[in-house]
Design a protein around this ligand. Structure first.
Ligand SMILES: [Zn+2]
Length: 315
């Protein structure tokens, strides 16, 4: 899974440019070296493709092949989710509308943002709904979203798509490349950790429960036998930048923090974390209190698992 997209770009570049795949890979690595590793392998492959004048315009691509900054995107996907149409005031003071869809194929899934009232009316009149397969042409990638304006085409097709992939997709990224709401996979070193913070959640809805005298109260379920949870802020560094992360309960043990209630043991464990390299899967968010970006960790993996997968894929 790790190198799928990178492989596809290099393969396409190789075919279209008439160069050996090894030559393309050599150029990608040279580009990365020139940029002191400040760019992911996938990002460098994209730059090389652009330098070779390779365009993916109007060629039907798999969702996994869509890259930030691509234009004239053509893709076919099954709608897995439609969000309600929202209205907003444009700069001119008119009423504007926007709607989001999620589409999936057998490789990946992506958020599609509709700005054109003709497209949006297809949602409003129920023609576009969950389960419908659509063909999109002339879309533009903005970061990791596919945006459709008035020049874009959105039509319903009779194609069927089997085995759609609806899991969240975590793309390989360097910290310096991260943008808000990116789902990313970062290989980095732990350089700092903070004291754990504790909070309580409702066992029924998993939402925060507030202390009330000797009890805990959930806004929806009233007095509950709340579960105590912890979060720890950890700073990670991948050589391009550092970023503050938030690790919750279930991931703390995988990171190496188990003695949350034992001051002395915890200090030992926190010291042992420093310099540990891991792979962090998660989502970029803006911390509303500090107005700074932070990476919400959803899963961690040891580095050797990643290397193993790479070796398996290269053989
Ligand atoms: Zn509750």
């Amino acid at each position: 899974m790790v190198l799928e997209n990178y492989d596809r770009i290099t393969e396409k570049s190789s075919k279209k440019a008439g160069l050996e795949k090894e030559e393309i890979e050599r150029r990608i690595e040279a580009k990365r070296a020139k940029l002191s590793g400040l760019i992911s392998r996938e990002g460098a492959a994209q730059v090389i493709a652009a330098e070779l004048g390779i365009s993916f315009d109007n060629e039907t691509l798999k969702i996994e092949e869509l890259l930030p900054s691509m234009r004239k995107v053509k893709v076919i996907g099954k709608i897995v989710n439609v969000s309600p149409v929202r209205t907003f005031k444009t700069k001119k003071g008119d009423d504007g509308k926007v709607a989001n869809l999620f589409i999936a194929d057998d490789t990946s899934n992506i958020k599609v943002v509709l700005w054109d009232t003709n497209h949006i009316s297809l949602i409003e009149n129920g023609k576009i709904a969950e389960g419908v397969v659509v063909e999109i042409s002339n879309g533009s990638m903005r970061d990791n979203e596919l945006h459709l304006g008035s020049f874009s085409e959105l039509k319903i097709t009779n194609d069927t798509i089997e085995n759609i992939k609806t899991d969240r997709i975590f793309r390989e990224r360097k910290i310096s490349e991260l943008k808000n709401s990116d789902n990313a996979r970062i290989r980095a070193f732990i350089v700092q950790s903070f004291e754990p913070r504790f909070f309580h959640i409702c066992p029924d809805c998993r939402k925060k429960a507030s202390p009330d005298a000797n009890d805990f109260v959930c806004a929806e379920h009233g007095k509950v036998a709340a579960e105590k949870r912890a979060l720890v802020n950890i700073v990670i560094d991948d050589g391009t930048e550092t970023i503050r992360t938030v690790a919750f309960h279930d991931n703390l043990a995988d990171i190496g923090l188990t003695e949350l209630e034992n001051q002395e043991e915890l200090l030992n464990q926190r010291e042992n974390l420093l310099g540990r390299e891991m792979i962090f899967f998660g989502t970029m968010r803006n911390n509303k209190v500090f107005n700074t970006p932070e990476f919400i960790i959803e899963r961690v993996e040891p580095v050797n698992a990643d290397l193993l997968i790479k070796e398996l894929e290269e053989n």
